[in-house]
Design a protein around this ligand. Structure first.
Ligand SMILES: Cc1cc2nc3c(=O)[nH]c(=O)nc-3n(C[C@H](O)[C@H](O)[C@H](O)COP(=O)(O)OP(=O)(O)OC[C@H]3O[C@@H](n4cnc5c(N)ncnc54)[C@H](O)[C@@H]3O)c2cc1C
Ligand code: FES
Length: 323
């Protein structure tokens, strides 16, 4: 049975168990969030022992080369000595510049982070409440358009990090954040390709950044954005998006509600159903899917069946933390 050595302690790793599970079971506090290899919160560094390749998937080459790996994805075949990552693994300091309500459960948080450097609209960052507890939030800002990084944070009942952001975080506070992560962003590979953007709840955040970034980069093809919520008061940035669609003939914005009768330009139904009703075939489209994991999972399947190529499906499921 492989053993995990951390500091002066040794933890046995049961058959098929990940390093994260073994350490957590042994009472060690390791930050984690998605437990699916997405958020990179559980980053550790191996100082001795072989690192399974699968546990380095998605990491930068520079991190791989120095033995960093994702503890939630690491099922070791042999014993390893590991350590917590140093600050060089990517933690930065950001200052809160504004907190603005977007609707009754979502706030926009503007962060100034001089060390962030390049990022892409639609990527996400991890926000640390303290040394061990962090959550991922998508970037609604676009680097060339917005002075600050912007997040849209929905308050989850009993939520440790979203509750802290809503109730305690103040303008002027400093918070630790990760470098930008994720592959759900726009690139100007084919400016005429039609784009389909589907999001639920605060899943609008990355889409808002991607949409504006695509226009800024000169995207010419049609862009159809479907944003869904159960009720009208769960939608937000409605006027801004209507104005954007008014200014750009290629942009089509469809706010959708699934649990109440629609009024005005609101559409009735779930975003995926409404979008596929409008476009039953999406061969040749590039699609971006963000928000509730069930929506993202089912949209991937149904868009593929409707003709979208797998390489053209970009997604960020807002996976809940298991920790
Ligand atoms: C790549 C990625 C990007 C993300 N981007 C965003 C974003 O832009 N905006 C945003 O608001 N969130 C986003 N999330 C979700 C976010 O990371 C947190 O999961 C969320 O804020 C809840 O964390 P918490 O600590 O407040 O709740 P926790 O303390 O983890 O959970 C408290 C309780 O609430 C439940 N719970 C957790 N999440 C939800 C939920 N969504 N709905 C209902 N119950 C829930 C838990 O099961 C638990 O019982 C993203 C997640 C990922 C993986
Ligand atoms: S990548 Fe391991 S907890 Fe998210």
């Amino acid at each position: 049975m492989p053993e995990i050595l951390l500091g002066d302690k040794t933890y046995a790793c049961a058959d098929g168990e990940s390093v994260l599970e073994a350490l957590t079971r042994g009472g060690e506090s390791v930050p984690s969030s998605c437990r699916s290899g997405v958020c990179q919160t559980c980053l550790l560094r191996a100082v001795d022992g072989q690192v399974p390749e699968a546990s380095q998937k998605g990491l930068k080459d520079t991190l791989r080369a120095r033995g960093y790996f994702l503890a939630c994805q690491c099922v070791p075949h042999q014993s390893m000595r590991v350590e917590h990552p140093g600050t060089d693994a990517g933690r930065l300091v950001a200052t809160v510049r504004a907190i603005t309500p977007l609707n009754r459960e979502i706030v926009s948080v503007a962060l100034e982070c001089p060390g962030m450097g390049d990022y892409r609209a639609g990527q996400f960052i991890n926000v640390f409440k303290d040394e061990r507890l962090s959550r991922s939030y998508s970037l609604a800002s676009a680097p060339a358009l917005d002075p600050h990084l912007t997040l849209h944070v929905r308050k989850v009942s009993q939520g440790r990090v979203s509750g802290w952001i809503h109730e305690s975080l103040q303008v002027g506070d400093q918070v630790a954040v990760s470098r930008p992560l994720g592959e759900c962003f726009y690139m100007l590979s084919d400016p005429d390709q039609p784009l389909l953007l589907l999001g639920t709840g605060s899943g609008l955040a990355p889409l808002y950044g991607i949409l504006r970034d695509a226009l800024r980069q000169g995207h010419r093809g049609p862009i159809r954005l479907y944003h869904g919520s159960r009720h009208k008061d769960g939608l937000y940035l409605v006027d801004e998006l209507r104005a954007l669609a008014y200014r750009h003939a290629t942009v089509h914005y469809h706010p959708c509600v699934s649990r109440e009768a629609p009024t005005g330009d609101l559409r009735h139904g779930r975003v995926l159903d409404v979008a596929l009703n409008d476009q039953p075939r999406v061969a040749g489209w590039r699609t971006f899917l963000c928000g509730h994991p069930d929506m993202v999972q089912s949209a991937k399947k149904r868009l593929y069946l409707a003709g979208a190529a797998l390489k053209d499906i970009y997604a960020d499921a807002f996976i809940r933390s298991a920790a």
